[in-house]
Each structure stands twice: as C-alpha cells, then as structure tokens.
Design a protein around this ligand. Structure first.
Ligand code: GLP
Length: 260
C-alpha cells in the first residue's frame, strides 16, 4: 500500500488523474472502475481538462461504476446512472455504450448483480479502480461487516451512510435504504486501486484503513491486502495517521529510487 499525502484537495485530484491518464495512454482500451460521491470529483475535473486540451483520449475506454441505489428513478439527478453520465461520461468524452452502472431498477436484483459480475469478467477485468471512502470506512457501498469475499450484491445502507448522503437529497427520508454494490472481492480483483480522501471528516477512516487491523468493521482496510493500492489524501485526511512523516519521506524520495 502506497500512501501519498499532498498539501490540498486539488493536488489529490490532479495526481490521481495523472496516474489514470498514464495508464490510458499505455492502454487506450483500459477498463476503468468509477466511483461516485464528492471525493473523486477533482479527479474527473482534472481528467476533463486533459481531454479538453487534447492531451488524453478516453473514448476507447470502458468503465464500470461501483454502485447504485435500489429503486431510484433512472432520471433522478442523484441516481448514480445520472451522476456517472453527467459528471464522468459526458465531460470526459467516454463512449456511453461502454460504461455500465449496476441496475438498481431491475425486477430481479440478484440476476442483475450476476450479470454485472459477468460484464466485468467479459471486459477482461478492471484495470484501475477509483475509490472514495465513507466516514465509516466503506468502499463502494460495502458497509461495516461486509464479507471480504463479497461480489456485487444488494446491501442495506447504514444510518450513518444515509445521514452522510442526505446532503445530496432534499432530506434523509429520500435516501434509498438499499443499494447494489460491487463486493469487496470484486474490488480486490481490480489490477490497480486508487483511493482518494480529502478533509478532516475522513481522517479516522483513513487511519483505520491504512494503519488499523484488517477488519470488516472498516471495510476499506482490506486494501492492505491489495498488491497495487495507492491511497492519496490531503493533509486534513492524513491528520490521524501515525506514520505520516514516513509516508511523506518515502514519496519525496521515490524518484531517487526510481531513477537509480
Ligand atoms: C458514497 C459512495 C462511495 C463513496 C462514499 C464517500 O456513499 N457509495 O463510493 O466513496 O460514499 O462519499 P463522499 O466522497 O461524497 O464523501
């Protein structure tokens, strides 16, 4: 696990975008894993800049979103289908036919989840998965006590997540109770993972995920077992990390090792 601590939220988005851009330049048909929420917005904004200046072409990439609310109308502005279209696919010039979101409106949700897993497999797996993190340590919507072996499935949101996400709705009562989410096992199959977090509200979750025991009570801690996970945070989100000076020292000296 590589931990990179940067001075501000905008640095976080720009570095994550640079990592993704490099991957796509090497592999224009890369399969991206997309996260929603506020955390990755800086990544999408930085990628959109690279696309608009002609430095990056994402039109041949495919993508799979992490999650979706159950029962939310497709055209609801907070459905992840809408969010992914408005904040990612259109501004980044991606091909909508190659971008999928779990179908939270399916009559048979179990079958929809199985089809989603099949789709990821058929696409050759996810090359790089973008992740935010919930204040309770969830990744995707894998709430505390999610199985580390879980695949895409129905989950029930915790009250904490409903309260956190109420800001996107008119009230907490409007936040759906259920969701579909890629499982922790699905996320762990991605070949590379980038988790971003900004602000002091994420400090406890970041400390638990990076330095705590691997525990389903902090689902993101499973990333300690991922062979290529990069955690990129601003100073505020890093504020409860015990080894913060070590992470900064390591990153500052990374180029020295890479070039010798
Ligand atoms: C949401 C999403 C997660 C996201 C997290 C944090 O509910 N399902 O994928 O990482 O919660 O959200 P935010 O980035 O807005 O803090």
């Amino acid at each position: 696990m590589e931990v990179i601590v940067l001075p501000s939220a905008s640095h976080v988005g720009e570095l994550a975008a640079d990592i993704i851009a490099k991957l796509v330049r090497d592999k224009p048909t890369a399969v991206l894993g997309l996260a929603t929420g506020s955390s990755p917005l800086g990544i999408y904004a930085a990628l959109a800049t690279l696309v608009s200046t002609g430095e990056l072409d994402l039109s041949a990439t495919a993508a799979f979103a992490l999650d979706e609310y159950v029962g939310i109308a497709a055209d609801h502005p907070q459905s992840y289908l809408s969010v992914i279209r408005d904040e990612v696919v259109e501004p980044l010039g991606m091909d909508p036919a190659k971008v999928r979101v779990p179908d939270g409106r399916a009559d048979d949700l179990v079958a929809a989840c199985a089809r989603y897993e099949d789709g990821i497999r058929a696409a050759g797996g996810i090359d790089i998965q973008i992740l935010g993190v919930g204040t309770n340590g969830h990744i995707g919507f894998n709430e505390p006590t999610s199985s580390f072996a879980s695949r895409t499935r129905v989950k029930t949101l915790t009250q904490k997540t409903i309260d956190d996400n109420a800001r996107f709705f008119d009230s907490a009562d409007e936040v759906p109770i259920h969701c579909l989410t890629q499982g922790l096992g699905t996320i762990m199959d991605a070949r590379q993972v980038i988790l971003v977090a900004q602000g002091s509200g994420k400090a406890a979750a970041i400390a638990a995920i990076v330095e705590g025991p691997v525990s389903s009570m902090w689902p993101g801690s499973i990333l300690q077992h991922h062979p290529h996970a990069t955690i990129i945070v601003d100073e505020a989100a890093a504020s409860e990390l015990t080894l913060v000076d070590y992470y900064k020292h390591t990153y500052d000296n990374k180029k020295v090792v890479a070039t010798t």
